[in-house]
Design a protein around this ligand. Structure first.
Ligand SMILES: Nc1ncnc2c1ncn2[C@@H]1O[C@H](COP(=O)(O)OP(=O)(O)OP(=O)(O)O)[C@@H](O)[C@H]1O
Length: 724
């Protein structure tokens, strides 16, 4: 990382020119005046976690970019930690955000036409960059061509993928971004390329600090010394589009991260996308083995990168993300300081934390990586499948473990949305996968918008069967998510799929988390960790699509699969948002609805089986308690026992009874369970059609027995506590 270059004294009047950590400490000394807070009208006061106690103001741990700053209340003089309180005046925040938006009114948006008009008249500049890119990419393409001629394309895939990663790094930010983007597209790249490109690091060379500092002054319209009481002399991180400094706000004393955009990046990216688009046209026209529309892909991608260049937009993304997901206490999203944010400067709450790929450092703090990864998985599932608004770039550098054990999300430049229909279709897809219903899985690709409705999915079914029958030879929960993604990728790669970008990004966010978890535990299974969430959604979500998926999961060939319900309840209860009062409600409601006819018949039939099993079980218990000699007399030489049932039948009945009792126990012991929720079943059993089916029950017990049984269950509990 380049050392911080000297800043012009005029621009940086607070002697920020010094790159010495010492001067930084001196200026960060709090000396009592830190405790003065703005006296704005207070709508909400929120404590910021206390910073670590220390003995002498702010202390740097040495190397630039690695400050372990400790703040003490010097005024108190006793080394007691100082709690910085951010007083948030909500109206003030909204106004500040509006002002930041106004500052961003001229933020660039991607427009191929604009780029064409800008660069169409600058042939020399275009030519220079074209030569640079073509030399790199052309040589690479030539090698691919030779590989193909020599029949070595497959064999050399890994080597070429490594080379491509190097080329993208050399070609700069646009290509680093493209490489990162391609690493999420299994429909475009073979697995070897996906792996190598996802390794693309965004640790690019830094740009001079004086340029960053003058950019801050220009963008915020204030001299640096009136904004900060201190700022790190060099960046603490340099990423693809900007670099990040640690600073302390003069007005409030808050510690902040200041992200400053690379100078001239917009022009560089614009020129690159102009050229790439031209190349895209050529590829579309002449390269047969690439079936996707490359120009459309470039346009979509360029649009995203341009959005990332607008830091006000990024701040708004962070705000939205925080509102949706930081309601959970284990998730942290930094606040945005709107008065210090513009298109090219983003100021956010400083997050003290360790990157999620530094397992040792995390565990040294007494934190467990797997717990943090699990928080990430649960949060990702909510992002992808509940609200649909998700962080599309969750690489380990953007996920921090805080000392309090929270998972902090950073970098909201690239967000994506899962359309509502797709959210349900994904859950349905998992249900079909669990059921190994490959026809239904193939049909899901219409709902997922992978295929247009006129494409015949029948050829895909055997491909899915081939892959999943092998992959699923254990249970789905034991399946490695990456295997699944690679396998699906291989299937998608061979068929005319058009995978929407959001889907590829979803896969990537879960693969990233799984990758992190595998460091800590090679046996970790992301799908198993996701099950409680899926189970909870299926059991409780009233959406008709999910309700039908649940019915599909629970009934097969006219029989109820009690083992599945038990499994769902066991799993669903592990989700912290699960409430038993909502469990099965969507299905039970359907029982009473006009369109629930088919379900009613199934439920009545099942009630008969269950009643039979319970009655039989009770009789067996009673029978077994009779002394042996009398039992023999009662059997009267009948080998199959009292009811003349085969061993298999008897076993099945007892198993069913035990399972139903276990499920009942699971429900009763869950929070908020109220037995009257089963009322719809009682109502259905009392209908005349149910009585005809009741005749089957052994020993003359009719459906009335079932109804009475339920009535017992539903009776309001006595007021005095009774022993179970
Ligand atoms: N609020 C913060 N608190 C502490 N460190 C931060 C904060 N924001 C960013 N950083 C540090 O700066 C690095 C780069 O930030 P960020 O990922 O936002 O930049 P970027 O240019 O958008 O990167 P990318 O290339 O991933 O898109 C992070 O990995 C993290 O180390």
């Amino acid at each position: 990382m380049a050392a911080g270059a000297a800043a012009p004294a005029t621009a940086l009047s607070l002697a920020f020119s010094s790159s010495s950590a010492n001067s930084f400490h001196q200026r960060c000394s709090l000396k009592g005046k830190r405790s003065k807070l703005p006296s704005a009208a207070l709508v909400e006061a929120k404590p910021v976690p206390a910073l670590k106690g220390g003995s002498s103001g702010l202390r740097g741990s040495g190397g630039a970019g690695e400050y372990a700053i400790q703040v003490v209340d010097a005024a108190a003089g006793n080394g007691a930690p100082l709690t910085i309180r951010s007083r948030i005046d909500l109206a003030g925040v909204i106004q500040a955000e509006a002002r930041a938006m106004a500052r961003a009114f001229n933020a660039s948006v991607y427009s191929p036409e604009l780029l064409a008009s800008r660069y169409g008249s600058r042939p020399i500049k275009v030519l220079q960059r074209a030569i640079e890119i073509l030399t790199e990419l052309g040589y690479f393409a030539f090698k691919l061509f030779l590989d193909q001629r020599r029949g070595l394309l497959d064999q050399r895939k890994r080597t070429r993928a490594v080379e491509l990663r190097g080329i993208f790094t050399r070609l700069g930010p646009t290509f680093v971004k493209i490489g990162q983007g391609l690493s999420t597209r299994p429909d475009i790249c073979p697995p070897e390329y996906l792996e190598e490109l996802s390794e693309l690091q965004d640790s690019l060379p830094t740009f001079p600090d004086y340029e960053a500092f003058s950019c801050i002054e220009r963008e915020l319209g204030m001299p640096l010394d009136s904004i900060y009481s201190a700022i790190s002399p060099s960046p603490i991180a340099a990423a693809s589009l900007g670099q990040v400094y640690k600073a302390q706000l003069k007005r409030s004393g808050d510690l902040v991260a200041v992200k400053v955009q690379r100078p001239g990046i917009e022009a560089a990216i614009g020129l690159d996308f102009y050229l790439l688009r031209g190349l895209g046209f050529l590829i579309n026209k002449y390269v047969d083995f690439i079936s996707s529309n490359v120009v459309a892909l470039i346009d979509e991608f360029a649009g995203r990168v341009y959005q990332e260049l607008n830091y006000v937009q990024e701040g708004q993304n962070a705000r939205r993300f925080k509102k949706l997901y930081a309601d959970k206490e284990d998730v942290l999203v930094p606040d945005i300081f709107w008065d210090y944010t513009s298109v090219k400067v983003l100021t956010m709450e400083w997050v003290d934390g360790i990157k999620l790929n530094q397992q040792e450092a995390i565990e040294k703090q007494g934190l467990r990586l797997l717990e943090l990864v699990n928080t990430g998985i649960q949060c990702s599932l909510r992002q992808l499948l509940e609200y649909g608004y998700f962080h599309a770039d969750p690489h380990p550098g953007n996920l921090l473990a805080t000392p309090e054990g929270k998972l902090a999300f950073l970098d909201f430049g690239m967000m994506s949305e899962t359309p509502e229909q797709a959210r349900f279709a994904i859950i349905g897809h998992v249900v079909h996968l669990v059921n190994r219903d490959y026809e239904a899985m193939a049909r899901d690709y219409y709902d997922l918008k992978f295929l247009s409705p006129d494409v015949d999915v029948s050829p895909i079914v055997p491909a899915l069967r081939n892959f999943f029958d092998d992959a699923l030879n254990a249970t789905v929960s034991e399946l490695n998510f990456k295997t699944l993604v690679d396998g699906l990728g291989a299937v998608l790669y061979e068929y005319p799929f058009d995978v929407p970008a959001y889907y590829a990004l979803i896969l990537r966010s879960l693969t990233v988390l799984e990758g992190l978890a595998l460091y800590a535990d090679p046996n970790f299974k992301v799908l198993a960790a996701s099950y409680p969430y899926f189970a909870k959604r299926l059991l409780t979500d009233p959406n008709p699509y999910l309700r039908d998926a649940l019915i599909e999961l629970l009934f097969k060939d006219g029989r109820f699969r009690w083992n599945r319900l038990e499994n769902l309840l066991v799993q669903g209860r592990q989700d912290r948002d699960f409430t038993a009062k909502d469990a099965l409600q969507p299905v039970l409601k359907l029982l009473l609805a006009p369109e629930g006819e088919e379900l009613r018949v199934l439920v009545v039939k099942e009630a008969v089986y269950v009643t039979e099993a319970i009655a039989f079980g009770s009789m067996t218990d009673a029978f077994n308690s009779i002394p042996q000699p009398i039992r023999s007399l009662m059997n009267n030489g009948n080998q199959n026992g009292l009811l003349n049932l085969s061993d298999g039948e008897r076993e099945r009945m007892l198993e069913l009874r035990d399972r139903v009792f276990r499920i009942w126990g699971l429900l009763r012991s869950s929070n908020n369970f109220d037995p009257s929720l089963l009322q719809p079943i009682l109502q259905v059993l009392q209908e005349p059609e149910a009585q005809q089916l009741g005749g089957r029950v052994i020993g003359g017990i009719t459906q009335r027995f079932a109804a009475r049984l339920l009535q017992q269950v539903l009776r309001p509990p006595p007021t005095a506590p009774t022993q179970r």
